[in-house]
Design a protein around this ligand. Structure first.
Ligand SMILES: [Zn+2]
Length: 87
């Protein structure tokens, strides 16, 4: 129940839009970000979408609640990963 389900590349096609529009739940955002962290293709797709939205003068991506997102991601990652040491 508290496990983050990492979406597939196919899911990401839809999630990226929501991610950029800020319509995803914090949990889904974190899952999408986890996928982006491990998938080059989707990272490129995400980058492209972000640029396209900016060019179109669409909704600017809202500032995500960094702390909350990080916490969800950290909870989903196996221990030992994403160490930055900032307490
Ligand atoms: Zn992918």
């Amino acid at each position: 129940m508290c496990e983050a389900v990492i979406p597939t590349c196919r899911d990401m096609a839809e999630l990226v839009t929501g991610y950029l529009e800020g319509t995803l739940s914090i949990r889904t955002r974190a899952a999408a970000r986890l996928h982006l962290a491990v998938c080059d293709a989707c990272t490129r797709y995400y980058d492209q979408m972000r640029r396209t939205i900016r060019l179109l003068g669409g909704t600017p991506p809202p500032a995500p609640p960094e702390g909350a997102e990080e916490r969800v991601i950290r909870a989903a990652l196996p221990p030992g990963q994403g160490e930055s040491g900032g307490s």
